[in-house]
Structure formats: C-alpha cells, structure tokens
Ligand binder design. Structure first.
Ligand SMILES: *Cc1c(COP(=O)(O)O)cnc(C)c1O
Length: 432
C-alpha cells in the first residue's frame, strides 16, 4: 500500500496546522503512523488521497449510523443551500429537531442547540450551577466531555480529593471545583458527596463510556447515582454525545431505564454536521438566557443545514427502528467471530460490545474503570491496528476509542473484517 499523497499532504499541513491536524486523535501517533488524508467516503467505505479504500469502522466517530453520504440524507441538500446556509436568525427547522428530540429522549422538555459536544457539556454545567447556586461538580476518571477547561482534570495519584489539570493552560483555580470519582465505583461517589455536602451542583457522566474504550456503566451504579442526586439535590447530567440516538432512540437513559435531569448531545444529532445540544427539564432549562439569568449564546447555533440533516436522520431512525437491531446484530456477530480468533491464538484480549459499539481491549479480565484501562497493552493495539489497516480495515487509531458499526456494513464487509482480524491476531500472537 502506498501513502505518498497522505505523506505529502501531511508535510504541507504541518506548515500551517499544529501537528497537521485539527483534532489530536487524527494524528495516528499512538499507532506509530502519520495521518491519513481522506478524499471521499460512501456507504461503509472511505477512500484516502492515495486511493486506498478501507472498510470504515470510525464513521466520523458516530454520526454515520447509516453509512457515509447516504442518498436519503443527500437528497434535497441543494435546496437548503439554495435558500441560504446561515442567517443568524431563528428558523422552523430548529423547532422540528428540538420537538423530535424532546419526543424521543426521556425526561427532557427543552433543548438548546450549540455547535459541538464541548459546548454542550460546558453550557449544561453552567446551567446546573446557576440552577442550584452551587459551584462544585463531579466527573469520572476516564470519561471525556470535550475540552472544557474545568473538565480537563484527573484524580491526582490515588487521592480522589487532589485533582490535577491534564493539560498546561488550565489553571488550578479553574479545576479546583471539579471533583473526580472512579467510574462504576459508587463508594467513591458517596465519599466525595459526603465530604462536600451541600456544595455539589452536578454529576456529569458518560452512561456508556466510549472515550476510554467502550465501558458501559453498571446498571446498579447508575441507579445509585440517580438516588444520590435525588437525595442531595444534585443535577444528574448524562453526556450522551456518543450514545444519544446511537444506542437507541432513547439513548443510554432508555437503555438503562435511568432518567437524568439534563442530557448533552452531539455527533449523531447533526448527521455529521458540527453540532451539539443540551436538554433538560423545563424548570432547569428555563434558567437559560433570555428567559432565565444563565448566559449562553451562539452566533451560528441552530444552523439550518445542520438542523435539516439532523432532523432527517433522527426521523429516518424513528421510522426505521430496525436499523438499531441490524447494527447491533452485526456488532454481536463480529464480537463472536473475533473471540474465536482471540481464543485460537491465545491473545490477551477482552471485547466489550454495546449496541453498535465495540472495543477490543488488549488486556484480560474485568475492565470497569480507567484504572483497568490503563493496564492495556497499547503496543499490541498498535500492531493490531496496523495489521488491520494493511488489510484495508480502518479502526480507531487508539486503544481508548470504540469501533462504530453502520447500517451500510454488509455481509461482504463482515467476511473481510473477520478474515483480516484472524490474520491480525496471528500477527499479534507472534509479538507476544
Ligand atoms: C465527542 C464527545 C464530546 C465532545 O464533542 P465535540 O463535538 O468533539 O466537542 C463530549 N462528550 C462525549 C461523550 C464525546 O464522545
């Protein structure tokens, strides 16, 4: 395989874009490569600048649930463009999408559109703080909520109470109100809540964590979180930027039967357009400006093209709910076939699957939180990733991400993926 054009583009890009990329995960650093530059994509396939065609399991990190460049979504886009792609004014398209989201997602009455998942979580936390009049928030180690200053924090070495920024440029003063707990560990939450009694505004969580590899929360854990929040007057925020409308029409909330007070969305609700949203109960959302005192704004929020495509995708999914069972079936079959190769070559792996998401962890045994994830062998992941890429299968270029199955993946893709996986595991086994 040749990567000459990607290489050239990368050299060029590095002159004017930091590291040649606009988001670090695209750098392929953790798998020892340079970025691929993409030319086009259709269905389950993505094509790079060297005309290498891959079966794509990234799917723009979730939105491409129907596959790339789907005809139904493409249809009529020209008309929208013809009418003007941005006004900075209200449109009926925003109401349509908001109504559909309120209709489908449990427990939310109102939605505010923003432009990214990062903005959604940042704004939701501000509203929760304004609503409760409290400053402290709780997040979980290994959960990702975008690159907000106050959330770029991890628990300092073992001690849950001494948090540290995970990036230069984030002052300690900004994160001192962010408390970090262990995922799936209710005792760590109980401890932090009792040590900060009456001071916590919100608990934010990825109910199906997909940014430290895929780790679904334990149901009991979420139920207990809900109880603690009810008892202590804490706003429970589900970050469903990945899971919302991908795990099902009612997201992780529906999957677990646990309803949050607020929820954040992104990725899929724009069908690939840059978009985000936060939603919640009326009494909380009415704290948002201009009806309430909490300021939050966005010049290009509710962009007509994004609202049009988001509405079309969600309404399609509502009318074709078999999409969810189809992509889950594919993921389950893939998991089972992968497990056969893992057993055959005795590779130390654990596969997690939930709905259409999967992660192959290079570690055996229970993986329930970030401490477990840190024990994964990332060198083996890199061998696996490269072996798959060389067989034209494109996976997330990091151990700490998920695979996304789309409705465009077919039996031929499945057979090729399983075959490539078997050969890749043989290769990994050779390196053990
Ligand atoms: C991707 C993601 C975000 C951030 O969304 P951006 O649009 O990249 O800002 C936040 N939370 C979760 C769970 C995500 O997966």
């Amino acid at each position: 395989m040749k990567f000459d054009e990607s290489n050239k583009a990368y050299q060029d890009a590095c002159k004017v874009i930091p590291g040649g990329v606009n988001s670090p995960v695209r750098a392929f650093k953790s798998v020892g490569r340079i970025p691929l530059f993409i030319k086009s994509a259709k269905g389950s396939k993505i094509i790079d600048e060297d005309n290498n065609t891959y079966i794509d399991y990234i799917g723009s990190w979730g939105p491409m649930i129907l596959g790339h460049s789907h005809d139904y979504l493409n249809d009529g886009v020209e008309d929208i463009i013809e009418d003007g792609i941005s006004y900075g004014f209200s449109t009926k398209k925003e109401i349509r999408l908001a109504k559909l989201m309120v209709d489908l997602y449990p427990g939310v009455d109102k939605v505010r559109m923003v432009n990214s998942g990062t903005e959604a979580t940042m704004s939701a936390l501000r509203v929760a703080r304004g609503y409760t009049g409290k400053d402290k928030i709780v997040k979980f180690e290994g959960n990702y909520h975008g690159h907000n200053d106050s959330l770029l924090v991890s628990a300092g070495s073992g001690a849950l109470t001494f948090q540290t920024p995970t990036s230069p440029g984030v002052p300690y003063d900004v994160i001192k109100n962010t408390l970090v707990c262990r995922y799936n560990d209710i005792e760590s939450v109980q401890q932090v809540v009792s040590e900060n009694k009456g001071e916590i505004a919100a608990i934010i969580i990825e109910p199906i964590a997909a940014n430290m590899g895929l780790i679904p929360a334990k149901k009991e854990f979420l139920i207990e979180l809900r109880n603690i929040c009810d008892k202590e007057g804490i706003v429970l925020i589900f970050d469903e930027v990945i899971s919302g409308f991908r795990i099902g029409l009612d997201g992780a909330a529906g999957y677990y039967g646990v309803t949050p007070d607020m929820a954040c969305f992104g990725k899929i609700i724009g069908a690939g357009m840059p978009v985000g949203a936060y939603a919640g109960k009326k009494e909380i959302m009415d704290y948002v400006s201009p009806v309430g005192p909490v300021y939050q704004a966005g010049t290009l929020s509710g962009n007509p093209l994004a609202m049009h495509l988001g509405y079309k995708l969600l309404s399609y999914l509502k009318e074709h709910q078999e999409v969810y069972s189809d992509i889950e079936d594919y993921a389950v079959k893939l998991k089972n076939a992968m497990q056969i190769s893992i057993d055959k070559y005795h590779v130390p792996c654990t596969i997690h699957q939930c709905g259409s998401l999967l992660t192959v962890f290079f570690k055996e045994g229970n993986i329930v939180n970030y401490d477990d994830v840190k024990e994964c062998n990332v060198d083996l992941y890199a061998i696996y990733f490269n072996a798959m890429l060389n067989q034209n299968i494109l996976l997330a270029p990091s151990q700490f991400e998920a695979m996304f199955v789309s409705h465009a993946h077919n039996q031929d893709d499945f057979d090729k993926t399983v075959d490539a996986f078997d050969k890749s595991m043989a290769k990994v086994a050779g390196a053990l």
